[in-house]
Design a protein around this ligand. Structure first.
Ligand SMILES: [Zn+2]
Ligand SMILES: [Zn+2]
Length: 401
């Protein structure tokens, strides 16, 4: 079976998250989005874990209103690097909590705790607990592995060979990461890192896996690609849309090339700091000029949330009644946002032709993206021409209607 999964979110117990990041809302929003398996996020947090515990558990996943949850957490290590952990059971989450509590000042207050351990020590603890671990949003210019390290080995030491996945983050895709030879054997995850449960945030990036059933073991096998279980699709933003794609000033958002940034010693004319963009960082790390995809790498499908496509097509704001009405009509007819965007022939959907044309144009990659940087998201507009010819062929090949 094919399972759509978003494996990185945060609960209401993390800083700067929506109070609606609770289990019932996550379950109902996932259903509308078309995601079957959702991360709990924050599974070391005692109060969040107590809420999860009340759900019906089977084979390491937790059920609520048709959605399945898997235990995950993000932790920040002593070098400010974020790691994503996918945890097999409540008791293993409790073990990890007991181990990290003496090494953390905020594990009881913040769903995304800071721990005084390095990457190797956290990876060892995860390994001992039977959890999977990998770098979260690996290329972002802060709180990420490649912001502070030049290799997996530098971050994880001898545990590097137990790292099976890397999370790409919103500012990178497969074409970026497959220019770096050390990542060849890893599975790439595309997750939302959502702080709010609504469908333009939750699962704005997700993974599609081939698995036999929805369970922790099946997910584990899919990530390490065992016995035919595997990722079959990564879905996410155009990397240029990410807020750290290009090098740019974090105060006035002026963009700079890598060369200009170096000449200006990473200091903007306005006095602000220029933050190195993911594009420039990948160029520094890359061995290949063009991506070399290993045979196991699934295609990467670039998408944007349906409400944003409708808003663009109709020239209305995303939160307007007009946009909501069309969104509801499409979801009612096809069942979920992923069904509308990815899996259905929508030509006879009955909604405004401009919306249908926009979805089809997006599927062919006919967009123009104004790159983000310095913490400001990029901006996307529809265009008559595909942004990237290769991408266009790939996108087209995914839709056989
Ligand atoms: Zn993070
Ligand atoms: Zn500036």
């Amino acid at each position: 079976m094919l399972v759509n999964a978003d494996l990185h979110i945060h609960s209401k117990y993390s800083m700067a998250t929506s109070p609606k990041m609770d289990l019932p809302t996550l379950a109902s929003e996932s259903r509308k989005k078309g995601i079957q398996l959702v991360a709990t996020g924050d599974c070391l947090h005692p109060r969040w874990l107590a809420e999860i515990k009340k759900l019906k558990e089977e084979k390491g996943v937790f059920r609520l209103d048709g959605a399945y949850f898997v235990l995950t957490t993000e932790v920040e290590d002593a070098n400010q690097v974020h790691h994503l952990l996918i945890v097999p059971s409540i008791s293993k989450a409790q073990e990890l909590y007991e181990f990290m509590k003496p090494r953390s000042n905020n594990i009881d207050s913040d769903g995304r705790p800071n721990v005084r351990l390095n990457g190797e020590e956290i990876a060892q603890a995860a390994h001992d607990a039977g959890a999977l671990i990998g770098p979260a949003h690996a290329f972002t210019p802060w709180t990420a592995m490649y912001a502070y390290h030049n290799s997996l080995k530098e971050c994880y030491g001898d545990m590097a060979e137990n790292i099976y996945f890397l999370e790409l983050g919103l500012s990178a895709d497969t074409s970026y990461a497959d220019r770096i030879p050390e990542l060849r054997c890893l599975t790439f995850l595309s997750n939302s890192d959502a702080h709010s449960p609504y469908v333009n945030k939750l699962a704005r990036e997700f993974n599609r896996f081939e698995m036999e059933e929805i369970s922790f073991d099946e997910l584990r096998m899919a990530i390490i690609r065992e016995k035919g279980r595997k990722p079959v699709l990564n879905v996410g933003f155009y990397p240029e849309e990410g807020k750290y794609n290009e090098s740019a000033c974090i105060r006035c958002f002026r963009h700079y090339t890598h060369r200009e940034s170096i000449i200006k010693s990473w200091s903007c004319s306005c006095g602000g700091t220029i933050k190195k963009g993911v594009k420039d960082r990948v160029n520094e790390l890359a061995t290949y000029n063009e991506p070399k995809h290993p045979a196991h790498r699934p295609p990467y499908l670039h998408l944007i949330p349906l409400s944003e496509i409708i808003a663009m097509a109709m020239g209305m704001g995303t939160n307007t009644k007009g946009v909501q009405g069309i969104w509801n009509a499409l979801i009612e007819r096809y069942g979920s946002e992923v069904a509308v965007l990815v899996d259905s022939d929508i030509k006879n959907s009955g909604v405004d032709k401009r919306v249908v044309d926009a979805i089809i144009a997006l599927r062919c990659g006919k967009v123009k993206v104004h790159a983000g940087g310095g913490g400001q998201y990029g901006r996307i507009e529809l265009s008559a021409e595909p942004m990237n010819k290769n991408n266009c062929e790939l996108q087209k090949s995914l839709f056989d209607f």
